[in-house]
Design a protein around this ligand. Structure first.
Ligand code: GTR
Length: 328
């Protein structure tokens, strides 16, 4: 009897030791994603998670939480910095308040197009942004595409800055966007992405700005029937790992994670192109009036004071701006 009990206790202890050993090795990573299922970023981030789990033989098991269920983007950036979250896909717009150098990318009309943005981000200047982010606890391993952002609203087509006069326009969390809307004569309303649909519907705001895939997948197009192509912002996005989680990996696993992020960005960019076309088609078919703004220069010229104030406050970043503008 005593022997039997001893054997049972020993067996139980063995199991516990094995379980403890396993959990000490496996890192269960939690990942933040604001987008719904099927969105290019979601599909690409899910591929990243799967790839990492497979190639590390389960030493790192990432799970992606979609639809922003783990919180707003500014909150998630904080949580990733302090290691409460392990990885995420962030737009670099709301990154500005935390990593000031990334504000360069939020200067309106900075890039001439998405191709130039890719060249910049995939080269030496992109590395400068990752270095600045790493200093704030975020390891940026690859850059996703986010197209270009244009204005949409519930009232009328926008052709000139005067059409924005007095309009309440939702912006992402970054003071630069408030300045941008101020210069255009509108009233900027910083707000979490998840609140925009209801706010458009109830008239708390008149409009917002985003790329086609987000305008479509968030259903904002159901309530905002005018989309006016200004292409005023081209902001890249990152696959970011919490530095705390990154530092726990062996160099071999870091390499696996890095490669998986790069591969996921290749997939994301391909899916992005396809979705941009499909989203435009879907919103137009649903009755959204899309207009090309004829004189984008009129909008661009209004940004001179935003650039001047930014350079005055960040003289060291002026060279970054010129380096980007002279990339072709
Ligand atoms: C999307 C972007 C999201 C989020 C959103 C917003 O284009 O992918 O990360 O920044 O815009 O407007 O808040």
């Amino acid at each position: 009897m005593r022997l039997e009990k001893l054997l049972r206790v020993t067996a139980l202890a063995g199991t516990l030791v094995a379980l403890a050993g396993a959990s000490a090795i496996a890192a269960d990573w939690r990942g933040w994603n604001i987008h719904p299922e099927g969105y290019p970023n979601t599909v690409a981030l899910e591929q990243f998670a799967k790839d990492v789990a497979e190639k590390t033989d389960g030493r790192v098991t990432p799970t992606v939480y979609n639809g922003g269920v783990l919180g707003s983007q500014p909150d998630a950036i904080e949580q990733t910095r302090n290691g409460a979250l392990d990885f995420a896909n962030f737009n670099l717009g709301p990154m500005g308040p935390i990593v000031p150098a990334t504000n360069v990318l939020s200067l309106p009309f900075l890039f001439t197009g998405v191709d130039q943005m890719h060249k910049v981000m995939d080269g030496e200047i992109g590395q400068r942004f990752s270095d600045a982010m790493a200093e704030q606890g975020l390891v940026a391993l690859a850059w996703y595409d986010s197209g270009s952002r244009s204005f949409y609203n519930t009232r009328q087509p926008i052709q000139t800055p005067a059409d924005l006069a007095g309009m309440k326009v939702r912006v992402m969390n970054n003071d630069l966007y408030v300045q941008m809307i101020d210069q255009l004569g509108g009233n900027a309303t910083p707000m979490a992405y998840g609140e925009v649909y209801q706010s458009l519907k109830t008239g708390v705001i008149d409009g917002a700005e985003n790329n086609y895939p987000s305008f479509e997948s968030s259903n904002h197009y159901e309530v905002a029937k005018f989309y006016s192509i200004t292409d005023h912002l081209i902001i890249p996005e990152c696959v970011c790992i919490a530095k705390a989680s990154w530092d726990k990996l062996s160099p071999e696993d870091q390499e696996i994670v890095r490669q998986a992020a790069i591969d996921s960005a290749t997939l994301q960019r391909k899916l992005w192109e396809e979705r941009s076309v499909a989203s435009r088609q879907k919103v137009e078919e649903s009755g959204v009036k899309v207009n090309e703004v004829q004189d984008k220069k009129a909008f661009q010229e209004k940004m001179a004071p935003v650039y001047a104030a930014f350079i005055k406050a960040n003289p060291d970043l002026e060279e970054w701006i010129t380096a980007i503008q002279s990339t072709n």
